[in-house]
Ligand binder design. Structure first.
Ligand code: HEM
Length: 488
C-alpha cells in the first residue's frame, strides 16, 4: 500500500528562506502598487508559468506504478540477460500505461490502443519494453508513423479528430486491416489498465552465452482477467469519470490488490526466420500460437504508487533502444525507427539529462559515462576525467556488444518489407474475424460502420470497406450493408 508523503515545518522561498506572509503581496503603501522586492510573489508567478513541459506527442495520457518482475522459468539457454538468469530472481519495475491519441487531459475510456511501457531496473542497466495491449500495429514502416498519427489527432483546420482522415489513411494503408479489426472488436476498449494484456508487439533478439540468436515476442497475460467496455458503456464512463483507468489503478494498489500479469514468450530459433510462413519482423502480423507456443517465464506485479505524478510519470522516459546484454533489436522496420524516435523525444520533452532523474536512472547499477553537463546537470561525475581513453582509471569499454550482429544482403534502397509464403495484408485480419463469435462480429460491424458512416466521401468509405472485404467476404458484405443503412 502506498500512502501520501507529508511535509511539516515553515514555508520557505525556493532558496529556503522562511516566508512571513503567503496571503498578501508587498505594496508601496496600503492600496498602493506592488513592489519588485517581493521575491515570493515574483518567484511564485515565474515558477507557475513554467510548470508544464511539452506533453508526449503520442501516449500523452497515462498512469504509472512501480512493482516487481519475478523469473519463473529457466531461460538461460536463450538469453544471457542477468535479470532473467535464475528462477525466483526479482527485478524492480516501473510501468506506465496510456492511451495513444488523446491529449494529456483526455478521457481514459476510449477506443484506442493502450500503451504498456515497462522499465526493468536491472543490474546491467535499465531494460525498457515499450509495448501496447495489442500484439500487432497499424503500419509496418516507421516512415508512415507521423502521417498515421496526424490522422488520429486533431485536423489542422477543424481542430477535431476527423473520420475522413482516419478512414482515408486506413483505406490507403491496407496493412492496417488486421489491427483495425482488433481495435474495433471487443478488446478495443479495456475496462481498466488492470484488465488488459500487454505485448512487446515487435520481434526482439535474445542471445545466449554461446552467442546463439533467438527471435522472441513477449506477452503479458492479465491475472485479473480480460474485461472490456462496449462503445455505449465507454461513452458514458468517459463523460462521467474521465480518469477512470488512472483512478482504478491507483486505488487498487492503495487497497493492496496488486495487479499482476503472467509473462510469456514465443521463441523462434534464428535459423527458422528466413523460411517462416509469415515475415517474422512484420509488426502487422502475429506468430500463430500453433507455430510458436507461448512459454511462461515470469510474473509482473505492480505494488507501489508514485508519490508525484509529474516527477515520476510525466517525466518518465521509456525507449525501445534501452537494451541490456543478451537482448537487442530485430530488423523490424518499425522498431528500427523507434530506436531513434524516443531518445529524440526525451531530449526535446524532458531534456538532455532526462536519463538521470530518479524515475529514469538505473536503480540496480549506476550510469558511468563521459557525457557531461547541460541543463539541470546534477554533478554526478564529481571530479573524474571527462575524456576517454584516459590513464586515470576511468570507466572502460567491455569489448562485448549487447546483441549479436544480423547478416544482411542486397543493395541499399527504399525496400518494402519482404513477403513470405503466406503473407498478404489481409490473411490474419480474416483469420481474426473468423475466430470471433457471432455476437462479437455484430459488435465489430456496428463499431466500424458507425465510424465509417461519418466519412464525407463515398470513395473513401468504399476503399475502407474494400480492405475488410478482402480479409473475408462475409465481413465486407455485412460492413457494406451496415454502412449503407446508416448513410441512407
Ligand atoms: C515507428 C513507429 C513509432 C514511433 C516513431 C513512435 C514514437 C513515439 C514517441 C515520439 C513517443 C513519445 C515518447 C515520449 O515523449 O516520451 C511514443 C510513446 C509511446 N509509444 Fe510509440 N512510436 C511508434 C510506434 C509504437 C509502437 C508500435 C508501440 C507499441 C508496440 C508504441 C508504444 C508506445 C508507448 C507505450 C509510448 C508511451 C511511453 C510512455 O509511457 O512514456 N509506439 N512513441
Amino acid at each position: 500500500m502506498t500512502t501520501r508523503d507529508t511535509t511539516a515545518g515553515p514555508l520557505t522561498t525556493e532558496s529556503g528562506a522562511p516566508v512571513a506572509d503567503n496571503q498578501n503581496s508587498e505594496q508601496t503603501g496600503v492600496g498602493g502598487p506592488v513592489l519588485v522586492q517581493d521575491q515570493l510573489l515574483l518567484e511564485k508567478l515565474a515558477h507557475f508559468n513554467r510548470e508544464r513541459i511539452p506533453e508526449r506527442i503520442v501516449h500523452a495520457r497515462g498512469a504509472g506504478a512501480y512493482g516487481t518482475f519475478t523469473v519463473t522459468a529457466d531461460v538461460t539457454k536463450y538469453t544471457r540477460a542477468t535479470f532473467l538468469s535464475e528462477i525466483g530472481k526479482q527485478t524492480e519495475v516501473f510501468a506506465r500505461f496510456s492511451t495513444v491519441a488523446g491529449n494529456l487531459g483526455s478521457a481514459d475510456a476510449v477506443r484506442d490502443p493502450r500503451g504498456f511501457a515497462l522499465k526493468f531496473y536491472t543490474e546491467e542497466g535499465n531494460y525498457d519494453l515499450v509495448g501496447n495491449n495489442t500484439p500487432v500495429f497499424f503500419i509496418k514502416d516507421a516512415i508512415k508513423f507521423p502521417d498515421f498519427i496526424h490522422t488520429q489527432k486533431r485536423d489542422p483546420y477543424t481542430g477535431s479528430q476527423e473520420a475522413d482522415n482516419v478512414w482515408d489513411f486506413w483505406g490507403l494503408s491496407p496493412e492496417s486491416t488486421h489491427q483495425v479489426t482488433w481495435l474495433f472488436g471487443d478488446r478495443g476498449i479495456p475496462a481498466s489498465y488492470r484488465h488488459m494484456n500487454g505485448y512487446g508487439s515487435h520481434t526482439f533478439q535474445w542471445n545466449n552465452e554461446a552467442g546463439e540468436v533467438f527471435w522472441v515476442k513477449y506477452h503479458f497475460k492479465t491475472d485479473q482477467g480480460i474485461k472490456n467496455l462496449t462503445s455505449q458503456e465507454a461513452a458514458k464512463l468517459a463523460g462521467e469519470d474521465p480518469d477512470s483507468h488512472q483512478r482504478d489503478l491507483r486505488e487498487a494498489i492503495e487497497r493492496g490488490e496488486y495487479p499482476s500479469w503472467t509473462v510469456q514468450v514465443q521463441i523462434m530459433p534464428a535459423a527458422e526466420a528466413a523460411n517462416y510462413r509469415f515475415n517474422p519482423f512484420d509488426l502487422t502480423k502475429v506468430w500463430p500460437h500453433e507455430d510458436y507456443p507461448p512459454i511462461e517465464i515470469g510474473r509482473l506485479e505492480l505494488n507501489r504508487n508514485p508519490q508525484n505524478i509529474f516527477a515520476e510519470v510525466e517525466q518518465s522516459i521509456f525507449s525501445p533502444i534501452h537494451f541490456v546484454p543478451g537482448i537487442g533489436p530485430s530488423p523490424d522496420k518499425m522498431l528500427q525507427g523507434r530506436l531513434f524516435a524516443y531518445g529524440d523525444a526525451h531530449r526535446y520533452r524532458v531534456g538532455i539529462n532526462a536519463d538521470h532523474l530518479p524515475v529514469n536512472r538505473p536503480h540496480a547499477t549506476e550510469a558511468r559515462t563521459y557525457g557531461r553537463d547541460g541543463y539541470l546537470y546534477d554533478g554526478r561525475h564529481t571530479g573524474m576525467k571527462n575524456y576517454e581513453p584516459n590513464s586515470f582509471d576511468g570507466p572502460k569499454e567491455t569489448g562485448r556488444a549487447l546483441w549479436q550482429p544480423v547478416p544482411v544482403s542486397g543493395p541499399t534502397g527504399k525496400h518494402e518489407a519482404p513477403s513470405h509464403a503466406e503473407d498478404n495484408d489481409f490473411v490474419q485480419a480474416g483469420n481474426l474475424y473468423r475466430l470471433m463469435s457471432e455476437d462479437e462480429k455484430e459488435r465489430l460491424i456496428a463499431n466500424l460502420a458507425g465510424f465509417i458512416a461519418e466519412v464525407s466521401r463515398d470513395d473513401i468509405a468504399e476503399r475502407a470497406i474494400n480492405n475488410f472485404r478482402q480479409a473475408d467476404a462475409d465481413y465486407g458484405k455485412r460492413l457494406e450493408a451496415a454502412v449503407q443503412a446508416l448513410r441512407g
